[in-house]
Design a protein around this ligand. Sequence first.
Ligand code: FUC
Length: 782
Amino acid sequence: MNTHKYTLIYLLLLPIFGFCQINPLELWYNKPAAVWEETLPLGNGRLGLMPDGGVTTEKLVLNDITLWSGSPQDANNYNAYISLPKIKELLLAGKNAEAEKLVNENFICTGPGSGSGNGANVQFGCYQVLGNITLNFYYGKPAKDVKYTNYNRHLDLQTAVAATRFNVDGITYTREYLTGFSDDVSVIKLSSGKKGKLNFTIQLDRPERFETVIGKDNSLVMSGQLNNGTDGKGMRYKTVVKTQLKDGTLSSANKTLTVSNATEVVIYISSGTDFTDKNFEKTVDNTLAVALSKKYDSQKKNHITNYQKLFNRVSVTLGESIKNTLPTNERLDAFAKNPDADNALSVLFFQYGRYLAISSTRVGLLPPNLQGLWAKQVQTPWNGDYHLDVNIQMNLWPLEVANLGELNLPLKDLMKNMVPYGEKTSKAYYNAEGWIAHVITNVWGYTEPGESASWGSAKAGSGWMCNNLWQHYLFSDDKKYLAEIYPIIKGSAQFYNSMLTIEPETGWLVTSPSVSPENSFYLPDGQVSHVCMGPTIDNQIVRELFNNVIAASQILGLDAGLRNQLQQKLAQLPPPGVVSPDGRIQEWLKPYKETEPAHRHVSHLYGLYPASLITPEATPQLAQAAKKTLEVRGDDGPSWSIAYKQLFWARLKDGERASKLLKTILRPTLATNINYGAGGGVYPNLLSAGPPFQIDGNFGATAGFGEMLVQSHAGFIELLPAIPAAWAKSGSVKGLKAQGGFTLNFDWKDGKVAKYEVLSASAEKVKLKVNGEIKDITSKKI
Ligand code: FUC
């Protein structure tokens, strides 16, 4: 009903205010969120805020990216290496099931590891919700009798401000929410259209381990300490809520603040943990005092200016018609029926991915975790941790192409901290040099294998993260940064260099034991096994990493000895892909029959994306085999898996298929039960669903969208490498990035690039593929 009303108003106003478009970069709704998956995520890279826009009760979920239970630990089995020769021998003899038994006995972590994904109270710990703010409103009658009209709730991606607006008894109430990019606090501004009509209470709590008290000057102070998994005395946190009123009064009792007869109220939330700041309690108070000393309007202006420094670097249009006339949840339903009528939703989803990246991480802090920054539980799914067998990597994949490269730096910091732990793990399990991390990590430097061979003994984690570090170098060309990451990537290469083992049938150097992430296969005798030698992903990662370390050592003029060694080993590595008798890229060294042909992980195409070992130009046969691999895997899965397939098809230059996968992610869902199979999609708030909510689908699809418009991994920049017919008619790109530090502006008509500009810090020669032709051009100095 309301939808039609808004559409009608818009259509009526359009001739009068022809310039006044409904904001194309806005998520909007005509009712309050009924479930968390409908609430709107705000974040400033540290603090998160998710308001539900409730009329009589509004609940806002609070987050702090550093809030983790658990603590640093040593879960290495220092005797593991003793069983290594036996495990390798069994694998060489084809006795994988027996090898797997030994891995399960000796080659896992000591203790509970991740706690089977429920690690809140063990040392691994988990990322946790910070708390909830509850606002209970009084409109002069019982809540059940309150009727509201003209309801609108939205999130503006251009300003990083969300708002709620509605009428009760002829009075307009508005609320604005932001997580400050200028002052490091969360802010809620409430106004009533008539003097003195705001009456509500404020409460602050969390599900456990908290104490809320009334602080000085009628503030609410919540503090507590999480479980470290040993003596219970883990991370400490403190959150302070303070209000500023126009008109009316503020009182406090029973851990509750009461606002009476106000016209305007600004609520400030300042929060911190002792993760990196031992003086965090003082910092929380000081940050709050600074915020309180400023006017809301100038604060909001500074917030927008700072946010836009990142967000405004890129704009994209796909065709002329900008439609945002349906509430986002209804728009998703309409898109599912007729996706090609709404290209602008794909643009919105891409810009939302950029928004989510800017909101969930910042330079100097942590990378986005499995839920980015937004979590409503104490025990988050899979501990809300960093999974190293695709998830953390995917979270960072859009950053370079989408012109947010500096947001890659927190990964480097996380890895720097992991290295000393990973060196112990390398010694304990492999008696090897360098460092290794397996499948999961946390903010405490966890690098040990997981607690089960089926997934926990993958070798690719640390090597795969090195790809992300390297991408930032390729796109930034920043030698200082290269020198900083060099010890990390070198240490990772040293690990593989010293543990690779000869597979006698082929003579290839391979990892052993390992797994292809989370997948299993049938042995010739029908037994099922995960554990193997040299899964394809390991072979590709080792090849790529060795190449990168060789290049880095050359550029930096370091380690000639190691460089030579790696160069020699490169010649003994398996090729980037082995084609199976049925024409696919083999996932394992042998053409085993897989137990789950449509398994969600497609790790053996790592060489196609994010690496560039397989390209249609340089390795056409492998590219063909990759297509066959993807056909057999199918197009479904949790949303991260669908997004990965979107990326693969974009690299294979199949715009229609990439677009089909993007459309599949945009399937509306409200499912929240843990899913490993088909069924990914997005919630009404456009956050991606595994299910449950997992942000990698958003970030993967954002990277995929970029990869459909621009590619630069194969020795040249290509404009429009993989767009579907529905996007071909016309469009424009401003500000996407290519390797080498180039910025790209271009537009197209009827599938042909009509105008382009390649910009860089200094004029440089570069190869550009445009309208099917590779040209040598000189970039324009910015
Ligand atoms: C990997 C995936 C799962 C899930 C989890 C967080 O284990 O296989 O689907 O995404 O990470």
